[in-house]
Ligand binder design. Structure first.
Ligand code: ZN
Length: 298
């Protein structure tokens, strides 16, 4: 059986797996994100060990960003100007290519998670949809007509502007670039800084969730207006508090105010704004799907 390598390269941890899909993972490790030399060295060691037992046809990488996902670009496969110390301008794909000589697929963590959800998860059979992650940051990717979204670089949906409700919320926002952009108002660190405790410790009835859902719904509403996705998958640490989903759906409906004449929206958003079916595994499984694509293209 042909196996593939998948790497979910996150700002706090790396997950590496070998397999062919959700039901066939033969090995997996989690590593803390330290320096590029240390962490990528351990990633390379892991796959070398795996190669002693399995034939690996290609490797896919779902990376934190910003990244250069453009195959024709001289810096393709680099993490570019990330503020994460030590990681700016890290040549992830060149290092892996030098180490293994295999086809390497590379994209943003959110695009790859979208691919995982499309292949095996909530977005099976849906050709135009968005995948959002609400956690330490807010990121968004997805597909248009079955192709992962790219452009000048890649979408940065977390950094759109949304109305800041100053009457209810005097918190200035956490984004180092924009202050109170969507990510600045609604990421996990904003939730914690505003209420003085981490989101997972706030009770479901706490007013924090009303405000959080209000802001999340503004972002989702804007994305719906721009891209007309057929589904919005919302993952990440903040969305693990699943009680927030009904609040977000209700507020999206209220922000839309009847404007979008689609049965899906008018008759309830329960099957439209959904958690990832692969849970926290969308990224690493998506990386395996990306490796399969890289193999087919090579
Ligand atoms: Zn921002």
């Amino acid at each position: 059986m042909t196996l593939y390598g998948g790497i979910e390269a996150g700002g706090t941890k790396f997950v590496c797996a070998v397999g062919s899909g959700p039901d066939e993972i033969v090995a997996e490790i989690r590593l803390p994100t330290e320096s590029p030399d240390t962490t990528l060295g351990r990633v390379i060691d892991f796959f070398r060990q795996q190669q002693e037992q399995h034939e690996i046809a290609a490797i896919g990488v779902a990376s934190f960003g910003p990244v250069d996902p453009e195959p024709e670009s001289p810096s393709f496969g680099y993490i570019t100007n990330t503020p994460k110390p030590g990681w700016a301008h890290t040549p992830v794909v060149p290092l892996l290519r030098d180490a293994f000589g295999l086809p390497i697929g590379f994209d943003t963590d959110v695009n790859v998670a979208a691919l995982g959800e499309h292949r095996w998860g909530a977005a099976r059979g849906v050709d135009t949809f968005v995948y959002l992650t609400i956690g330490t940051g807010i990121g968004g990717g997805g597909m248009v007509d079955g192709k992962l979204m790219h452009g000048l670089l890649h979408p940065e949906m977390g950094h759109i502007a949304i109305p800041h409700d100053w009457e209810r919320d005097s918190f200035a926002g956490t984004c180092p670039f924009h202050g109170d952009c969507w990510e600045g108002l609604a990421n996990g660190p904003a939730l914690e800084a505003r209420w003085g405790q981490p989101g997972e410790t706030l009770p479901a009835m706490h007013e924090a969730w009303q405000l959080e859902a209000h802001y999340l719904a503004w972002g989702v509403t804007n994305i719906m207006m721009i891209l007309s996705p057929k589904m919005v998958v919302m993952g990440g640490g903040v969305m693990e508090q699943e009680h927030i989903f009904p609040l977000v759906r209700q507020k999206v409906k209220s922000h839309l105010n009847g404007y979008i004449q689609s049965e899906t929206v008018l008759e309830g958003l329960d099957d439209y704004i959904v958690p990832p079916a692969l849970g926290s595994r969308s990224g690493v499984l998506g990386a395996i799907a990306l490796a399969q694509q890289a193999c087919e293209r090579s």
